[in-house]
Design a protein around this ligand. Structure first.
Ligand code: TA6
Length: 294
C-alpha cells in the first residue's frame, strides 16, 4: 500500500526544497527543488527519475515511454539493482528492490544547501520467498550541484550472503554516435553481446552498435564526453569493482522505450557485477557510492 502523501509531507517535507506528490501511475514521488538543483525520486524502487543542476540541461535520462505502475520497473533514471545484477533463472532481472516500495527514513538540508534524502528497505515474507536472507538496505541521495548516491547493504541475519549490485544510471547524451567514455582503457570486460566473451578495452569506449559490457576489476572514474553538447559527465565511485556500459542500439525493441531513443541515452553503471561479488557475514555492511558531476 502507498504511504499517504499527507503523512509523508507532514513528517518529511522541507519547505521550499522537498515535498511529496502523486506521480504518474499514482506512485508517490519526492520532488526536490533548491537553488542548487532539481530532482525527482519515486519511492517505488528508491528510483531517481531526474537530476538537473541549476543552469544545466537534464543529466539523467528517462524514456518518454517509461511505464509507471506498481511492480513495474521504470526505463531510465537510476534503477537500484540488488541483490543480483542481471538475469537469474525464474527470478526478476536485476533483483527485486527496484519494484518494491521503500520507506522514507529522513530528509534534511545540509550546511551547503544540498538535500539529503534517506530511503530504506528491509526483508519481509515477499523478499524471503525470492531470496532467503535478512537484510537492511539504505539509499542516501545527496542532491546538489553534484549528485551523490550511496547504497548501504547490511546483513541483519545469522547467515553469510553474497550479492551483486548496481546503481544502473541512465545518462542523457545529445548523440550516442558522438559520445565516448574515458577511463576504461586497458580494462578487461565481459561482452554480453558476444555471449559473455572476454575482451580488453583499448582507448575510449565508442558507440557504433549494441554495447553491453561488464568491465571488471576497475575502480576508476569514467568521463562521458558528449561532443555535441561539449559537456563531460564524471562518474566517480567507491565500493565498486565493476562498471557496466550499455546502449541497446536501434534493433532492440522494448515496450517502454520509443523508437530512436537509444540515440540520446547511455548507461554507465556503478556496480559489483559478474565475477565482482560482495560477501557479507552476519552484521557486516557494504557501501557502494557513485558521485555524478559536470
Ligand atoms: O546493464 C545492462 C543490462 O543488464 C542489459 O543487459 C539490459 O538488458 C539492461 O540492463 C536493461 O535491463 P532491464 O531489465 O531494465 O530491461
Amino acid at each position: 500500500m502507498n504511504p499517504s502523501l499527507d503523512m509523508l509531507n507532514r513528517q518529511f517535507a522541507l519547505p521550499g526544497a522537498l515535498h511529496f506528490v502523486n506521480g504518474s501511475g499514482d506512485l508517490p514521488v519526492v520532488e526536490i527543488q533548491t537553488p542548487l538543483a532539481s530532482a525527482r525520486v519515486a519511492l517505488q524502487g528508491a528510483h531517481l527519475l531526474a537530476w538537473q543542476p541549476a543552469g544545466a540541461t537534464p543529466v539523467i535520462w528517462l524514456s518518454q515511454a517509461a511505464m509507471f505502475a506498481p511492480g513495474t520497473p521504470v526505463r531510465g533514471g537510476v534503477p537500484v539493482c540488488w541483490p543480483w545484477f542481471g538475469a537469474r533463472d525464474g527470478l526478476p532481472a536485476h533483483g527485486f528492490v527496484r519494484t518494491r516500495m521503500w520507506q522514507v527514513r529522513a530528509a534534511s538540508t545540509d550546511e551547503t544547501g544540498q538535500v539529503v534524502l534517506r530511503l530504506g528497505l528491509q526483508d519481509d515474507a515477499d523478499t524471503r520467498a525470492l531470496w532467503d536472507h535478512a537484510f537492511d538496505l539504505e539509499l542516501v541521495l545527496t542532491v546538489g550541484t553534484t549528485l551523490g548516491m550511496t547504497l548501504i547493504s547490511r546483513n541483519t541475519g545469522d547467515q553469510p550472503f553474497t550479492l551483486t549490485d548496481a546503481l544502473h544510471t541512465y545518462f542523457c547524451v545529445a548523440d550516442i554516435e558522438r559520445t565516448t567514455v574515458q577511463g576504461l582503457d586497458g580494462c578487461d570486460y565481459l561482452d554480453k553481446v558476444q555471449n559473455f566473451a572476454w575482451a580488453r578495452q583499448s582507448g575510449p569506449v565508442e558507440f557504433a552498435d549494441e554495447t553491453d559490457r561488464i568491465y571488471v576489476d576497475t575502480t576508476a572514474d569514467c568521463l562521458i564526453e558528449d561532443q555535441v553538447q561539449r559537456r563531460s559527465i564524471r562518474v566517480s565511485k567507491r565500493g565498486s569493482s565493476s562498471t557496466v556500459v550499455w546502449n541497446p542500439w536501434r534493433d532492440k525493441v522494448f515496450a517502454d522505450m520509443a523508437a530512436g531513443e537509444y540515440q540520446q541515452m547511455l548507461c554507465v553503471e556503478t556496480c559489483n557485477a559478474g565475477p565482482d561479488q560482495v560477501n557479507l557475514t552476519p552484521g557486516q555492511s557494504h557501501v557502494l557510492t557513485a558521485h555524478i558531476s559536470l
